[in-house]
Design a protein around this ligand. Structure first.
Ligand code: PEP
Ligand code: MN
Length: 337
């Protein structure tokens, strides 16, 4: 349940509420809203006298949460969560335009594309250093060298860097080098990994699993928040359906639905969502109108020679067209880059 406190609550009143809830065996989480502090209390509600609780000084209202996820639920923070990393803000009217190559391949490739993307209007740089590939014989990423190159690109451009974590053993390295940690579709239900990123301070971009329902996806976010990290961004990246004409089926209806169920920002990846370069711009536009808080776009200086996912990557000229075409839609939706 959610305990919304009065805006003028005193320290004594707060402590009194806290102690009471703790004595009932609840696990407590503080959620800082714009004006009010909210307590998310997870545990067995049967012991609680709601009337008594609502009348404790300092309590404005008590909201029971019926969904299986508690801390990710919209009621916890109806105004929505804003993720902030330097100049990059995602959520609450701030739009994240994050782009970069599927895999970091070389210094020349990364710096070239990072500079171009920044000049074109991107506010975040994404590149894979550890790559989850379907075949063990495909390029697996430059690993630590890739992280060093991402850090260099951040230094050159000022863009915050987002990259994927695949193994617990690499967590410390990623916490050191990345500004946002990506959990890929294949690891959406790797609960050990989710708990571990919940215990570190960097924001987490959580991709929807290949065959995950919306509830499973939000429950995965709940794992991260329950460990203490509420800086979670959800990423719709298409789901597996019977359709083979596209790589995945981009579920645009998930955007407004998830935004009505949770307070977390939702970004959309039309590159993996379609697998086809010519579909990326139309789906990016559709995502904005559906309410997305950001985009994740694969871009490469020379997609025809990319080491991975070239067929769905935009070149710089195409990325510029995307930026030009989304501007009026961002205005329409009252979002700013
Ligand atoms: C990626 O972002 O490069 C990636 C592998 O995506 P996903 O986890 O969505 O397949
Ligand atoms: Mn990719």
């Amino acid at each position: 349940m959610i305990i919304v406190t009065n805006s003028g609550i005193t320290k004594e009143q707060w402590n009194n509420i806290w102690e009471k809830l703790e004595s009932w065996g609840f696990q407590l989480h503080v959620i800082q809203g714009v004006e009010k502090k909210v307590i998310g209390a997870v545990g067995d509600k049967r012991k609680v006298d709601f009337h008594f609780l609502e009348n404790i000084p300092g309590v404005e209202k008590v909201i029971p949460i019926l969904s299986p996820y508690k801390l990710a639920a919209k009621d916890v923070k109806p105004e929505g969560t804003i993720i902030e990393i330097g100049n990059l803000k995602i959520g609450g009217g701030h739009f994240g335009l994050i782009a970069g190559p599927c895999a970091v391949e070389s210094e020349e490739q990364l710096i070239q594309i990072a500079r171009g993307l920044k000049d074109a209007g991107a506010n975040g740089l994404r590149g894979g250093a550890f790559k989850p590939r379907t075949s063990p014989y495909s390029f697996q990423g430059l690993e630590k060298e890739g992280l060093l190159l991402l850090a260099k690109a951040r230094e050159e451009t000022g863009l915050p860097v987002i990259t994927e974590l695949m193994n617990l053993t690499e967590l410390d390295l990623l916490v050191e080098y990345a500004d946002i940690i990506q959990i890929g579709a294949r690891n959406m239900q790797n609960f050990g990994l989710l708990k571990a990123v919940g215990r570190q301070p960097k924001p987490v971009l959580l991709k929807r699993g290949l065959a995950a329902t919306i509830e499973e996806w939000i429950m995965a976010a709940e794992y991260i928040i329950a460990e203490g990290n509420e800086k979670v961004i959800l990423c719709e990246r298409g789901i597996r359906t019977f359709e083979t004409a596209t790589r995945n089926t981009l579920d645009l209806s998930a955007i407004p639905l998830v935004k009505s169920l949770t307070h977390l920002p939702v970004v959309v990846d039309p590159s993996h969502g379609t697998g086809k370069r010519k579909l990326v711009i139309p789906m990016a536009k559709a995502a904005i109108v559906a309410g997305a808080d950001g985009l994740l776009i694969e871009a490469h200086p020379d997609p025809a020679n990319a080491w991975s996912d070239g067929e769905q990557s935009l070149d710089l000229a195409e990325f510029k067209i995307l930026v030009e075409q989304i501007q009026p839609l961002l205005e329409l939706e009252n979002k700013r880059l």
